[in-house]
Design a protein around this ligand. Structure first.
Ligand SMILES: [Zn+2]
Length: 287
């Protein structure tokens, strides 16, 4: 019998890095250019009202420098109204209209979200979260990024509609967090068996803050530290969500010996220190 099984990212990796930047301002041009140079992946959270009127980014830029470069676009409300303050029907329109606007403009499915304005958080706003969560589910929102304390354990969310990032780029502890993440060794010989969960470094912010604060060199420093590592998977928020969904869809025999992958993705997992790869449609017999 095995003791523990943990998901591993594509390639059998234990760590991933993702970025999430909001509002679609003109500063996103420099952000996208920088991330593209480093091969980092970002989710750009956009307001459909601004996108349609090209306030901030042009549609052409979103097509060629964001979508075509492998980044994701996600909803951030039609008009950026806080879902905790807006009445439910207004929140529903905010979210649905943003989805419809972005999807119809760019011909892609948009199911990701970052809470606009005041980030609703399950712990800080339990009543509002309980009211909002059902309509996000009904609107087919797959995940929603919130804010709420630093996720210093680099943990993946148990509730994707309450996805707490690692830190904002202005966090004074940021470089310490990056160092802790990069030096984290999850190999069987270095890490206690029950602690070998997959980890995610999730950075968020607004590109216009780099302009306002005059510190674009901070972004360069962050990218330089995080990019180009062989033991890290670089992915958008949705790529991470969809990969985890595939892992969670694996089907097991009662004793765990037989594993079947009904999804369209190749999936990796670690079982007591040994890495397994299971192709789409494959059935694995593990002795
Ligand atoms: Zn915003």
């Amino acid at each position: 019998m095995y003791r523990y099984e943990f998901m591993r990212y594509p390639g059998g990796l234990a760590k991933a890095v993702t970025f999430s930047y909001d509002d679609g301002s003109q500063s996103d041009v420099r952000l996208a250019e920088t991330l593209n140079r480093y091969g980092l992946k970002c989710t750009f959270n956009l307001l459909s009202s601004r996108v349609i009127n090209e306030e901030g980014l042009t549609k052409d830029f979103i097509r060629t420098e964001i979508l075509a470069k492998g980044h994701e676009i996600a909803t951030h409300g039609e008009y950026h109204r806080g879902l905790d303050v807006a009445r439910s029907i207004e929140g529903i329109r905010e979210t649905l209209n943003c989805r419809l606007g972005l999807e119809q403009e760019f011909g892609v499915i948009v199911r990701g979200m970052a809470f606009p304005d005041r980030a609703v958080n399950k712990v800080r706003f339990p009543t509002e979260y309980a009211r909002i969560r059902p309509f996000l589910e009904e609107l087919d929102i797959a995940y929603a990024r919130t804010v709420g304390g630093d996720n210093t354990n680099f943990a993946l969310p148990d509730d994707f509609l309450n996805w707490v990032p690692t830190a904002h780029h202005k966090n004074p502890e940021l470089m310490n967090y990056i160092h802790a993440f990069l030096t984290l060794d999850l190999s069987p010989s270095k890490c206690y068996c029950a602690a070998r969960t997959p980890r995610l470094f999730y950075l968020y912010g607004h590109a216009h803050e780099f302009d306002r604060d005059g510190n674009w060199e901070l972004l360069e420093e962050i990218c330089e530290k995080l990019a180009g590592k062989e033991d890290i998977w670089y992915a958008t928020n949705m790529e991470i969500y969809e990969y985890i969904a595939a892992y969670r869809s694996l089907i097991y025999s009662a004793d765990g010996v037989i594993v079947y992958n009904p999804t369209n993705k190749t999936v990796w997992f670690d079982r007591d220190g040994k890495c397994y790869k299971i192709e789409s449609g494959e059935t694995l017999h593990i002795d």
